[in-house]
Design a binder for this molecule. Sequence first.
Ligand code: PMP
Length: 434
Amino acid sequence: AYIPTDKSEILAKRRAHFGNNLRLSYADPVMLVRGWQHHLFDEWGRPYLDAYNNVPHVGHAHPRIQAVAADQLSRMNSNTRYLHPAQTEFAEKILSKLPAPFEVCFFVNSGTEANELALRLARAHTGAKGMVTPDHGYHGNTTGAIDISAYKFNAPGGVGPSDWVELVEVADDYRGSFGRDDPDRAAKFAGLVDGAIARLHDNGHGLAGFIAETFPSVGGQIIPPAGYLKSVYSKIRAAGGVCIADEVQTGLGRLGAYYFAFEQQNALPDIVVLGKPIGNGHPMGVLVTTRAIADSFAKGPEFFSTFGGSTLSCRIGKEVLDIVDDEGLQENARRQGARLLDGLRELQKKHAVIGDVRGIGLFVGVELVKDPASRQEGTKIASYVKDRMRAKRILLGSEGPKDNILKIRPPLTITGEDVEMLLTTLDQILAELD
Ligand code: PMP
């Protein structure tokens, strides 16, 4: 097989043919040509620990995914206007993971599309337009999804806020208005929604709903205080709105103790949005909702997506969820996540630049600060650590408004040895800073 080994040539062609706002990771970009489980291999065959990518949920190049994809492509691949058992089997598998009120699945091609569809459903069900959403959120790259993604519309050069969107402060109890020393912080953060709802009623848009990443990721790997989401959802419902949980990053067992992040918050949304990991790399998004909301939407024109819910997609999606169960990957996420978080908390005692360690299962953030007292964001420190980790062939990400939170979010196949290697390497690199 042809494997390009000249990175500079690829880089030059990329500059010539792609937009300049398509970002590359690392100043010296990495070229990856093979994968296996939670490992990636570059053009020279050098291995990297993939501690960042959540799309290969059950691992890169999983043989069972290869087998169902090849099998289905050898038979046929078509759309939801024809009957096929793969479609209903996939829907039943997803619904088996959700409580009773969830009955209806919509299949699309990305998390973006699923969120865009969620907006339409919320509006169809309520007859209103306005949305409430936490600051620094991200829900996708289309016009509608950008409008509810403060991370993009408020970025330099962004389109700016729309008058039908009300932002509320993200429930960050490390850095936000209400800290961990405040026992009422969940209620206080949730209370911010009241003003947002009132403003939407005043400006005539009314309330269609609330959308949030259940655990905000681009906002900085935040775990909201206990009771936050339950309280927000009850306020939104009382005002007639629909509650949308974006579980694109947090769903499908990644959290170990929970299949979906809203379970940790003891909250029940009206719409659940799934993406990224559900196709393990095959592009897919799924929206799951109640019969009542689906029926409101069904009063409008036909819903159709050419590729959403294709026979191939449904077979792959069902296989991904079966593999999570068959290989005990949710339990592995719980075990390895606990080990990782314990180890990071030990490192926090040694290295003053670790201001906070937060996470559940394999959804983890390490907030780096210039010093623990001021909590001033360690943006350059995070960039240094990420680059040095890459030099040691461990791939991590960074998040947060100041990009100072290391993001660790590996495929669920990661083992104890890999976690130990990550911790040992991170310890050495943080020591370089001392
Ligand atoms: N929601 C969240 C929380 C996401 O992280 C992303 C992707 N980063 C999306 C939606 C959009 O998904 P996609 O890029 O597949 O359209």
